[in-house]
Design a protein around this ligand. Sequence first.
Ligand SMILES: [Fe+2]
Ligand SMILES: [Fe+2]
Length: 383
Amino acid sequence: MSGAREFLTALSRTLSTMGLYGDDHPAARRAVESAWSALHDLQGDTPGVQFTFLSGEVLVGDEVLPELEGWEWSDQLAQAGIERIEFLDRVDADQFDRLLGDLAVRLGIRSAASTDLRQAGTAPVRFGRVTLSDAPAGIGDSSLAVAGLSYALGDSREAVAWMHEEVRAGGKLPAAEADGVVRSLSLAMHAEQAMVMPLLQLKEYDQYTTTHSMNVSVLAMALGEYLELGSAMVRSLGLAGLLHDLGKVCIPEEILNKPGRLTDAERKVVQQHPAAGARLLLSNSDPLDMAAVVAYEHHIMIDGGGYPHLPDARGTQYASRIVHVCDVYDALRTRRPYREAWESERAIAYIEGRAGVEFDPAIARSFVAMMREWDRRVQTSMI
Ligand SMILES: [Fe+2]
Ligand SMILES: [Fe+2]
């Protein structure tokens, strides 16, 4: 990782120098050579390397580079539409020079006229915006493929599935992985200039809990941001959303994935998942209090319906009410063995109609307003 930091620092130094001097100035040549040699060292045995620049963070592959948190160049690159640089293979000195020229033009350091025409497609390097869909976003040159982020969400889904397996097998909740997933989801939401909601579509019924947990996490964070709750609270909501159904690991899979309606006895078993989830989260060495409360309360309706039964349903926590709305929305939007997925507008109308009965009225109203405003920005991806 230190090689990555050295390369990026050398790259930024080179781009600054290019802004001050001409290409042939000895200082510029020295800077270019040192950046190229840092890249050469970094690529070592594994020439494929990719950098992502997003809202004050730098990722190498899918790992955050903590030393460069708040690095001013990551914002500058991202704002210029360079959210990712991917090296597919080693680049020679000429290809590196051309890359620098292209980056300098994109950054506004120099004009396009002073740069040699790019030889499209010859360099094993590409850069552009991160996008969640397969469709390349227009970044001025169609020969530049745009890197996709869907793999990262795929990795997250596997991490969530693994997390559930660990807990099901009686292990501890891998809290660091849970935090990592929330962080990836948050990055994915802010990956584009305009915020998007990267919701996942279910491919297999047995993936329901993983897909659903990630979607509820994204929706809860989006609603938290919409309600201007502050970044620490938004992150906690993301974690609580991700873990709200953790107790389902205690439910036999035949019941969980039953292709049909549940019997009363089976429904009783399912209804134990809030308490089971809260217990698991509180038994963690570093108890996740807010997530535990949300796990316990997320099926409680404001009129006293739902489960588990509380003497005063109006006493549920604010975070639980947020996750409750997001939970129901995602459940309705998902195809189940016994019914088709609802269209977004139908699910939104359901939430609107049940405000004050099932849901906290103010939260439901905000959710409905947010979804109507953002529906066109919701991107679904199959992973
Ligand atoms: Fe649940
Ligand atoms: Fe749920």
